[in-house]
Design a protein around this ligand. Structure first.
Ligand SMILES: C[S@@+](CC[C@H](N)C(=O)[O-])C[C@H]1O[C@@H](n2cnc3c(N)ncnc32)[C@H](O)[C@@H]1O
Length: 251
């Protein structure tokens, strides 16, 4: 359990500094990502030393069986500029992919990157998706779910849009333990916010990042929340010593 969880055992969702309620949290998150959109891809690759590409690919590979289903439909939730969905596309030409995000400038970039790849993007809040019940075989979300103002509501919404037998894959940062945890913690809390602020030219988002990871439920708690939302066969697989990890579950 993190210090944040000990103080507040049931964290509702992301809470950027100064955001007093869920609506304010969502607005702050949307404004942050809209502001950093022009430099987002560059910063991702620099700050992760390109490991982000391996994580997206590894997560996408995990779902090859689902992707092979006839008429498969995939939702890339909180798609940002579209890299998770594009990693899915590289695994299979088969599925129709929908990317959803509520930050317009991120979506505009996603629309350019995904054009002509049977990949439609929609501007939508992950907590109120304008999508039919039971209409997707797979929902993937990379580094986005952690930013939702209400994690349980987010899981319920994912569950709602999945077909029976459909799968969810939530890829997000974790907090590695041991010596690596100490070294990585220094990089993540001290170095990354400075470099992120310098390159993006925007103060705030790259300090919010480590704070949001610290606030995010640990794997056992997340798996409990996924079960409570109705998911079965839930699991968490650490990536790169737990710096990131993939949550999976089946409806
Ligand atoms: C860190 S970026 C991740 C983007 C992309 N998935 C990736 O792997 O690079 C997080 C994205 O989640 C989006 N997001 C956060 N909360 C959201 C919400 N409630 N509804 C829709 N999008 C949301 C942000 O706008 C942002 O584009």
């Amino acid at each position: 359990m993190t210090a944040v969880d000990q103080e507040n055992p049931k964290v509702t969702g992301a809470q950027p500094a100064g955001a007093g309620d869920e609506q304010a949290a969502a607005t702050a998150v949307r404004e942050m990502f809209s502001a950093i959109a022009p430099r987002y891809d560059l910063l991702n690759h620099v700050l992760s030393m390109n490991v982000d590409r391996l994580w997206w690919r590894r997560a996408a590979r995990t779902f090859r069986d689902v992707l092979g289903r006839p008429g498969a439909r995939v939702l890339d939730l909180c798609c940002g500029t579209g890299d998770m969905g594009l990693a899915v596309r590289r695994q299979s030409p088969n599925p129709e992919i929908v990317g959803a995000d509520f930050a317009h400038p991120m979506l505009r970039l996603a629309a350019d990157k995904t054009a002509g790849r049977n990949f439609r993007v929609i501007e939508a809040d992950a907590l109120r998706l304008p999508l039919h019940d039971a209409s997707f075989d797979l929902v993937v979300s990379a580094f986005g779910f952690r930013n939702l103002a209400n994690y349980d509501a987010g899981l319920r919404e994912i569950f709602r849009v999945l077909r029976p037998g459909g799968e969810v894959g939530i890829l997000d940062f974790g907090e590695p333990r041991g010596v690596l945890g100490v070294v990585y913690g220094f990089y993540f809390r001290r170095v990354l916010p400075k470099v992120g602020t310098l390159i993006s030219g925007v103060r705030g988002p790259y300090s919010y990042l480590p704070a949001s990871v610290e606030r995010f439920p640990d794997p056992q708690q997340m798996l409990g929340r996924m079960r409570a939302a109705g998911f079965q066969e839930v699991s968490w697989s650490p990536y790169t010593f737990g710096i990131a990890g993939l949550y999976r579950g089946r409806k």
